[in-house]
Write a new protein. Structure first.
Length: 233
């Protein structure tokens, strides 16, 4: 594989690794094969991906998120209901994948206890990007509940999709619609609590506490100890 000094080493390694992942998983064997196939200097490869194939698996997930966002941006969804927009975004994310086996191997990797945090972060990040792309402006506890519920929907849909052999994945999209309906029922319950005086009194303590929760700032506090100040892209 020919490379240029200006090429992103992670992207180069990821491209080379994808042919090996279905057979060897996101493993050290795959990472070594990617270094060999790409022709990258081994020291540069290890610097770019200190955790080897684990970092490539994270990069693969991020590339799928990027493809999803590009498709959302290019698609006119103005005529869709909001729940349909959510379903479309999740579908776009899954359709960004060319090889299910690569995702299956990633699911196995991130199911391991020492990589579970990376998997949870990747799923949360995908759902955060979906909500942001669809215009979510919540800055209270709803910021968290929206992403938490969508994370549950997304992760369960991925697992269903991995085993789905229906034509054009129609069974998966029906499963996705049912999960989103579950979320809508939860949102209806929240609205009922806000509209019902008895429930509001009964749950006044939790409601007060949740009202103090705020969404994280999108701008990092650059003056915190240990934070590396990087120039903005």
């Amino acid at each position: 594989m020919s490379t240029s000094p200006n090429d992103d080493p992670v992207a180069v390694l990821l491209k080379a690794a994808l042919t090996h992942v279905p057979f060897d998983g996101w493993s050290e064997a795959t990472f070594r094969a990617a270094i060999s196939d790409s022709g990258l200097d081994a020291a540069l490869a290890r610097t770019a991906c200190p955790r080897g194939a684990v970092d490539l698996a994270v990069a693969f997930h991020s590339a799928g998120d990027k493809a999803m966002l590009e498709r959302i941006k290019a698609t006119d969804m103005s005529a869709l209901k909001f729940r349909e927009k959510i379903a479309a975004a999740v579908r776009f994310r899954l359709e960004a994948v060319d090889d299910k086996e690569v995702v299956r191997r990633g699911t196995s990797l991130f199911a391991l206890p020492h990589h579970a945090a990376d998997g949870a972060k990747a799923i949360w990040g995908t759902c955060d990007k979906i909500w942001d792309a669809l215009g979510d402006t919540s800055d209270d506890v709803n910021w968290y509940t929206k992403r938490a519920t969508l994370s549950a929907v997304y992760s369960s849909t991925v697992l269903y999709w991995l085993g789905d052999d229906s034509i054009d994945h129609q069974a998966t999209w029906a499963f996705l619609d049912r999960r989103i309906e579950n979320v809508m029922q939860f949102e209806k319950f929240k609205a009922q609590v806000n509209e019902n005086p008895f429930l509001k009194r009964a749950l006044s303590g939790p409601i007060w506490a949740l009202g103090k929760v705020k969404a994280p700032s999108k701008t990092p506090y650059e003056d915190l100890p240990g934070r590396w100040n990087r120039p903005h892209d």
